[in-house]
Design a protein around this ligand. Structure first.
Ligand code: FAD
Ligand code: DHB
Length: 392
């Protein structure tokens, strides 16, 4: 099989890129190693920057998002006996939208299956070859048979565990990494959200986040030690701990609405950036190139902003024959990646309590939070980064 852009991975990055290329008249094929049901069920992110919403609308995937997405105009920070609301609309002139990643994937898959381009499920990319030449290929296996996808360009949108990144020779690749000494225990519950807006809390014993997926489904997270077995956390224990941590700084009579827990999982936290994001005719986008800890919800939004830059670059190439934007892509994308990496790092370190944190470190993190609460400028900076910087 032959195509202009071979896309590996049907996560948000690969699916959105395919859609944008298709609309621009650029031929592409998507290879996805899982099946449709699996990728549509995978519970992950849920908070979209305005730029992400705009990109989904431009790709024709905005109808259900506009009908069912919940617009949020601020968030609450609770810590050290203080409850502080950051008003995004007043401070940044834009808000964010709650709409689950599962639904974005469903919307994009439905569009793609309705009118193309080809999306091959159960097609596992094995290797990208010849990326430094004019005719890169993706070797893949589907239904026990190996085949080759011949391309002009390859987009590696295959997530953190994919194969695309490994096609960049190790000598040319630099990895920047930080692991954190805690994880998130996340639950999905059939309970109406206990607050209209998201609540980020730094309790005495660690972080908690109140988020949501819809008016009837809550999404909640607790900081737990690395290696935690979700089996050690029966539902009652989770709700009690969420109650304690989320009450910090809030109204003492406030209680969480509880409901049936329908999902429970533990996610480790990591910052990871692999540079460069291009090698010859191979371009990386999304989690294939970088991972942020989830605090601040930048992972999905960053995948989408990479794709917006990449789609623009392929559109220009198609229209004018110029590779100017493709050449600029790695540097432009990485500038944004490092801003989001820094923001996610700040959010994570400010709001979590590592085991054995020194009195000095505790006071430094609290001082950063108090500064946001006390200063309009500090709040405005937080709001600008949280709601998403404009694309370069
Ligand atoms: P992915 O969504 O990972 O998609 C990559 C796709 O490539 C997958 O469908 C995979 O099956 C496929 N693939 C992999 N290898 C191959 C191969 N060899 N051949 C073919 N296909 C392949 N972000 C937030 O903002 N907030 C959150 O709360 C949040 N929670 C998360 C929880 C978890 C458990 C994880 C893992 C991530 C979470 N994220 C969160 C991050 C966010 O979900 C990701 O940043 C986002 O999914 C990135 O999209 P992507 O398309 O780059 O990668
Ligand atoms: C969600 C996850 C986040 O990491 C975050 O900062 C906000 C919301 C969520 O899954 O809803």
């Amino acid at each position: 099989m032959r195509t202009t852009v071979g896309i590996i991975g049907a996560g948000p990055a690969g699916l959105l890129l395919a859609r944008r290329l298709h609309l621009a008249g650029v031929d592409c094929v998507v290879l996805e190693n899982r099946d449709r049901a699996y990728i549509e069920r995978r519970q992950r992110a849920g908070l979209l920057e305005q730029g992400t919403v705009d990109a989904l609308r431009e790709a024709g995937a905005g109808a259900r998002l506009d009908a069912e997405g919940l617009e949020h105009h601020g968030v609450e920070l609770r810590f050290d006996g203080v409850s502080h609301r950051v008003d995004f609309t007043a401070l940044a002139g834009r808000g964010v939208t709650v709409y689950a990643q599962t639904e974005i994937v469903k919307d994009l898959v439905a569009l793609q299956l309705a009118d193309g381009p080809p999306l091959l499920f159960g097609a596992e990319a094995l290797a990208v070859e010849g990326a430094d030449g004019d005719r890169p290929t993706v070797r893949y296996r589907q239904g026990g048979r190996e085949s080759v996808l011949e391309c002009d360009w390859v987009a590696g949108c295959d997530g953190f565990h994919g194969v695309a990144r490994a096609a960049i020779p190790a000598a040319l690749r630099t990895t920047h990494e930080r692991d954190y000494p805690f994880s998130w225990l996340g639950i999905l519950a059939d309970a109406a959200p206990s607050s209209e807006e998201l609540v980020y809390a730094r309790g005495e014993h660690g972080f908690a986040l109140l988020s949501m997926r819809s008016p009837t489904v809550s999404r909640l997270y607790l900081q737990v030690p690395n290696g935690t077995d979700p089996g050690d956390w029966p539902d009652q224990r989770i709700w009690d701990e969420l109650d304690t941590r989320l009450a910090s700084g809030g109204d003492p009579s406030w209680r969480l609405r509880r409901g049936a827990v329908t999902g429970k999982s533990v996610t480790p936290m990591r910052s990871f950036v692999s540079e460069p994001m291009r090698y010859g005719r191979l371009l990386l986008a999304g989690d294939a190139a970088h991972i942020v800890p989830p605090t601040g919800a930048k992972g999905l939004n960053l995948a989408v902003s990479d794709v917006r830059l990449l789609a623009r670059a392929f559109e220009e190439l198609h229209r004018t024959g110029s590779t100017r934007l493709l050449d600029a892509y790695p540097a432009t994308a990485l500038r944004r990646v490092w801003q989001a990496t820094r923001f996610s790092y700040d959010m994570t370190t400010m709001l979590h309590v590592p085991d054995g944190q020194s009195g000095f470190d505790r006071r430094i993190e609290l001082a950063r939070l108090h500064r946001i609460a006390a200063s309009r400028d500090a709040s405005a900076e937080f709001a600008a980064l949280y709601t998403g910087l404009p694309l370069d």
